[in-house]
Write a protein that binds this ligand. Structure first.
Ligand code: IPM
Ligand code: MN
Length: 355
């Protein structure tokens, strides 16, 4: 038997609501041979107001000893923009070297989408109609905080936000994306960048992509500028299988990807350190939605799907697949049915995975 040591950071707003349901489903899906031991960490806006801390070193160190982290949502209007984002969420991604930010986008049958008419090439009957995954680089690009402001407050003020791209950082995420593409039925990988303008970083990405491609002859490759990619995500989403891209492009594209696959309430993500040197962290893509916190209106599905990503990462693929198929069935039963609260959805999913 095995024990999973899971750190839980519910965070702010609806983070609390959805994480409770994710844990319910986790408990229900695990076989008797796998135990889960959770430790909760109160990080986020209330901790910041009470102590001025976002992520104390001692907590970071404790988190490090866990097998994985489940995070709800971070952010509150009472905290200045950027404080919790940089001081907590991005600090965790950087400290634990989460260089693969994995964001699947699937349009399940029955789910409303502005693009519901689209069908993936060769989609299995009853399977997702749009089905791709974005591998977003998670530790470099314009997110590193490399920049500054000169001549502050004068009409000649200058602000820079320098994008950092290392050959090491690009190669490891590109390699990961090729391996993921190779393991999927369609075996296609699209690099998204902006090589016609960002000639320094763009060409480095492109060169490394081409070089790694020679090691994966079974994977079909493609390249799109990021602006063109936004067009095709709307007009031809079925052309995508795996996308690999820079941190900021990936941030933007994955909100668009969520919008075409049922909305942000369904979008799951994993901040993954594939080496296992540090715990990976799983979180819904959505924010803390403080206006509906505690009302029962939040959809816990994105968190439940993030738990599935976590189980796959932890070597429990059957349990992950069971959660995903139960979610797909639940989604297809929603049209025309009475709306349910956060915990009603969680209860339904938990009893379905258990049964
Ligand atoms: C996301 C979010 C974060 C990001 C913010 C909150 C820092 O938008 O996870 O996509 O930009 O990565
Ligand atoms: Mn985002």
């Amino acid at each position: 038997s095995r024990t999973l040591h899971l750190a839980v950071i519910p965070g702010d707003g609806i983070g609390q609501d959805v994480v409770a349901e994710g844990l319910k489903v986790l408990d229900a899906v695990l076989p008797e041979t796998v135990r889960v031991e959770t430790t909760g960490y109160d990080l986020g806006a209330s901790r910041y107001h009470a102590t001025g801390e976002t992520l104390p070193d001692g907590v970071l160190k404790e988190l490090q000893s866990h097998d994985a982290i489940l995070l709800g949502a971070i952010g509150d209007p009472t905290v200045p923009a950027g404080v919790l984002e940089r001081g907590l969420l991005l600090k965790l991604r950087f400290a634990f070297d989460h260089h693969v930010n994995l964001r699947p986008a699937r349009l399940f049958p029955g789910v409303d989408s502005p693009l519901a008419a689209h069908r993936a090439d060769g989609a299995a009957p009853g399977g997702p109609e749009i089905d791709f995954v974005v591998v977003r680089e998670g530790t470099e690009g314009p997110y590193v905080g490399n920049g500054g402001r000169l001549r502050a407050g004068t009409p000649h003020e200058v602000a820079t936000e320098v994008s950092l791209n290392t050959a090491f950082g690009i190669e490891r995420v590109v390699r990961d994306a090729f391996a993921r593409a190779k393991a999927r039925p369609r075996r296609k990988l699209t690099l998204v960048h902006k090589t016609n303008v960002l000639v320094h970083a763009g060409h480095l990405w492109d060169e490394i992509f081409q070089r790694v491609a020679t090691e994966f002859p079974e994977v079909t490759t493609d390249y799109l500028h990021v602006d063109a990619a936004t067009i095709f995500l709307v007009t031809q989403p079925e052309r995508f299988d795996v996308i690999v891209t820079d941190n900021l492009f990936g941030d933007i594209l994955t909100d668009l990807a969520a919008a075409i696959t049922g909305g942000i309430g369904l979008a799951a993500s994993g901040n993954i350190n594939p080496s296992g040197a540090f715990p990976s962290m799983f979180e819904p893509v959505h924010g803390s939605a403080p206006d509906i916190a505690g009302t029962g209106k939040a959809d816990p599905t994105a968190t439940v799907l993030s738990v599935a990503l976590m189980l796959r990462h932890l070597g429990l693929p059957e349990e992950a697949a069971r959660i995903e198929s139960v979610v797909a069935a639940d989604l297809s039963s929603r049209p025309g049915a009475a709306p349910r609260t956060t915990s009603q959805i969680g209860d339904a999913l938990a009893s379905a995975v258990a049964g």
